[in-house]
Write a protein that binds this ligand. Structure first.
Ligand code: GLU
Length: 290
């Protein structure tokens, strides 16, 4: 399960997307890509296998302009680590990035093939783009088409959609995989974790399971699993710099092992309120594992 970033910004987003994806590198990945919508509404994408530097090289030679974009680091579950299978997946006016697995993708894939659409990749993700594009071709607008598609998906996923002709729209959905909306000043962000959003904002709304969000620069409308408007708290988060680099360790894995007492302690502190201040769990775990 890898990384998602989305930006409706005030600046050129492709360098910002790549920068944010770098902060998600610690999760591991085999390929990466970005899609943007430029101010004239044109949707385009670039993808590359391997390290993020391959994607940034590609963007130097084939730049993408636009103030709206989504980006992804992929860890393949369906289909090899190739450029064709890398995200964003695009069909017609729709680009999609996805973390997780669409369990019923074979059934959906057969359906879209029967509708006359031919998948290009071996991924489960592409069926989401195909189905959404098909709904739009039937006359649904972007939000209606995304909702109609989401209603068909089984599995554990986080999804971000971007649309041709919609430079002020991003749609996000969460079921099983984490996804957070970041609130800026006239800008909005989306990230598979707060670490990716840290350079942009510290005001974050975590989507709950089954939620989807219609995001514009003016704000996010969040809907629950029943499709009803949902009030989700905006949290002020504190992502310290140590959490987003290797903190002096040679590998992220070594850092994660060394941080276990702190992470376990913080997690328990969250649940054992009251005891927390007098008996910090961090200290207990550090002493225990020490
Ligand atoms: N299942 C998707 C794929 O294989 C997404 C994998 C991921 O979470 O990166 O393309």
């Amino acid at each position: 399960m890898c990384g998602i970033i989305g930006i409706l910004g005030q600046h050129e987003v492709s360098p910002q997307l790549v920068e944010a994806l770098k902060r998600l590198e610690y999760r591991g990945y085999d390929s990466a890509g970005v899609a943007t919508v430029d101010d004239a509404g044109r949707l385009d994408r670039r993808r590359a296998v391997g390290k993020l530097v391959n994607l940034s090289d590609r963007l130097v030679h084939e730049p993408l302009t636009g103030h709206a974009g989504i980006g992804h680091t992929r860890w393949a579950t369906h289909g090899a680590a190739t450029e064709v299978n890398a995200h964003p997946h695009r069909r017609g006016p729709v680009a999609v990035v996805h973390n997780g697995i669409i369990e019923n993708f074979r059934e959906l894939r057969d359906e879209v093939i029967a509708l006359g659409l031919q998948p290009e990749s071996q991924t489960d993700t592409e069926t989401v783009a195909l189905l959404t594009a098909w709904h739009m071709a039937q006359g649904l607008d972007a939000a209606e088409a995304a909702r109609a598609t989401l209603a068909r998906l089984h599995g554990a996923f986080a999804l971000a959609f971007l649309f041709e002709g919609e430079p002020d729209l991003m749609i996000a959905a969460r079921k099983g995989s984490p996804l957070a909306v970041g609130h800026g000043e006239g800008e909005m962000f989306l990230g598979s974790d707060a670490i990716a959003l840290a350079p942009f904002t510290d005001r974050i709304t975590y989507l709950e399971d089954g939620d989807h969000a219609i995001i514009r620069r003016s704000g996010a409308e969040i809907f629950n699993a029943e499709g009803r408007p949902a009030n989700r708290e905006i949290q002020q988060i504190d992502v310290g710099a140590t959490q987003i680099d290797k903190g002096g360790y040679r590998h992220f894995m070594a850092k994660e092992i060394a941080e276990q007492p702190v992470v376990l302690g913080d997690a328990l502190n969250h649940y054992i309120k009251g005891i927390a201040s007098s008996c910090p769990m961090r200290w207990i775990f550090a002493t225990w594992t020490g």
